[in-house]
Design a binder for this molecule. Structure first.
Ligand code: HEM
Length: 469
């Protein structure tokens, strides 16, 4: 029924999966070249449509947004979030969660100096921790992760951890592993029967055990807040406290028609903990990796901070408009790294007419953000790392409409405002304090990412030399 073209014959059981020859993303790019911006794939039992290019993606997410707001049934929503919480819910329940959480994040200071202050404290702590290594070659992944996690854990549970706290280092390594497994075990999405294969070749048992332990730990942190909730409190310190208070308030008024409940709270807190840590940490690590690989860009970043802010005080949000090269560098890092290449997939809840084709109700729709960030017609030389592409001839920042690292429309990333502040404050602090070098002189760490559910820099060590004032 006027379905978008597909790359070939769909075989029984496997559909088009047998046609994947390159890595998943490279194969999608090759098919886009051959089939155009919209094409269909039969992935095992699932019908999927892949959307590429700005025109189609914006038409889908903005014009047709009401038919593309839900999430399809898949492995991640089933196994990790149990189909609840803001990332997995649909319809009226999702709207209630999302509206409540957005307003809570705003009350907690998203985009304002209160939140900037929280982030600044963690950025200072990160700088102090890196300083302790005195220029010795170090993998800073865990250190950055603790810093970023302290921000989201503070916002979510009112909790922070010391960089030496073994519990949090363990949970963060588990988070990384979960993101890896969500990529490598994706085949179970298409063939759920593989869950029951003896042994653990598809790592399903490992994933289940990680999720079970994580959910139990997150619940312990939530319950701690439960003991201190008071319905008459007008103010709150964190998302969980605000959520619990609102739940109690609704209960005390006898309002039963609400999706604010323990199950949704647990999965939402888990999604904040995971999505709020891994993504931002990866982006910061890519920024350090690119600084090491492009010393002339690192020098220009430092020069700008020295000229605009100096070395006596830390850069803050009020400097943002003057630190143009830094902003351009952060945007180029997000574009070049493209850490969430396919976002989080959507479900067509009615027939959608798009690009001359019909996407049938019940189809999974994947929004290829990578196709925007790496579009030759938009960027000219997308495979070159060039922050200047975001600065116009008049010296002002040019934010092209295709630059969409957080997705588009009403179901875009709920953490965009927080992540943008984190990236600015943390990366500017690192540039101001350190000069980063490769572990071994003349041997640059690889910029080729590891691809799981998200993209991540391959493990690398850097020497962070404290700049002289
Ligand atoms: C650089 C950092 C980040 C990037 C690149 C990123 C990217 C994304 C993308 C592409 C989506 C899918 C949007 C869609 O369906 O179209 C998403 C969803 C989401 N993100 Fe982020 N994200 C980042 C940071 C964060 C942070 C800090 C949080 C913490 C609050 C967060 C929480 C979520 C949640 C809960 C969703 C699901 C929203 C919903 O279904 O309504 N993310 N993110």
């Amino acid at each position: 029924r006027n379905a978008p073209p597909s790359p070939g014959l769909a075989m029984p059981v496997v559909g088009h999966l047998y046609l994947f020859q390159d890595s998943f993303l490279d194969q999608l790019t090759a098919w886009r070249r051959r089939l155009g911006n919209i094409f269909s794939l039969q992935m095992g039992p699932f019908r999927c449509v892949m959307l590429n290019g700005y025109d189609l993606i914006s038409e889908a997410c903005q014009k047709n947004h009401e038919s593309l707001l839900d999430r399809p049934n898949n492995f991640m929503h089933e196994e990790v979030f149990e189909y609840v919480g803001v990332i997995s819910l649909d319809g009226r329940e999702w709207k209630e969660q999302r509206t409540f959480l957005q307003s809570t994040l705003r009350s907690l200071g998203m985009g304002r100096s209160v939140m900037a202050e929280r982030i600044r404290v963690e950025a200072d702590c990160l700088v102090a921790t890196i300083e302790k290594y005195q220029g010795e070659a170090t993998d800073i992944n865990n250190i950055v992760m603790v810093c970023v996690n302290n921000i989201i854990s503070g916002v979510t549970f009112g909790k922070r951890f010391s960089p030496d706290d073994e519990t949090i280092v363990y949970w963060l390594s588990v988070t990384c592993r979960l993101f890896q497994l969500l990529g490598s075990s994706a085949v179970i999405n298409f063939f759920p029967v593989l869950k029951y294969v003896p042994g653990d070749s598809f790592k399903y048992k490992e994933l289940k055990s990680i999720v079970k332990k994580m959910r139990a730990t997150i619940w312990k942190w939530v319950e701690k807040d439960k003991r201190t909730v008071n319905v008459s409190d007008e103010t709150f310190e964190d998302v969980v406290q605000a959520y619990l208070t609102e739940m109690q308030r609704k209960k005390s008024k006898g309002m039963k028609d609400t999706s604010l409940n323990d199950a949704n709270l647990l999965s939402t807190a888990l999604s904040f903990f995971n999505a709020g840590t891994e993504t931002t940490t990866s982006t910061i690590l890519f920024a350090v990796l690119y600084m090491v690989n492009f010393p002339h860009i690192q020098a220009k970043l430092y020069q700008e901070i020295e000229d605009v802010v100096g070395t006596e005080r830390a850069p803050d949000l009020s400097d943002k408009n003057k630190l143009k090269f830094l902003l351009a560098f952060i945007m180029e890092t997000q574009r070049f790294a493209g850490i969430a290449p396919l976002g989080v997939d959507r479900l067509a809840t009615s027939d959608i007419h798009l690009g001359g084709y019909t996407i049938a109700k019940g189809t999974s729709v994947m929004i290829n953000l990578d196709s925007l960030m790496k579009d030759e017609n938009v960027w000219g030389d997308p495979e070159v790392f060039r922050p200047d592409r975001f600065i116009g001839d008049n010296g002002l920042i040019v934010k092209k409409k295709e630059f969409l690292p957080f997705g588009l429309g009403k179901r875009n990333c709920i953490g965009e405002g927080l992540a943008t502040m984190e990236l600015f404050i943390i990366i500017s602090a690192l540039v101001q304090k350190f000069e980063f070098f490769a572990e071994n002189e003349g041997q640059m760490p690889s910029m080729k990412p590891d691809i799981g559910f998200t993209k991540k820099a391959k493990p690398f060590k850097v020497r962070a030399i404290l700049r002289k004032k």
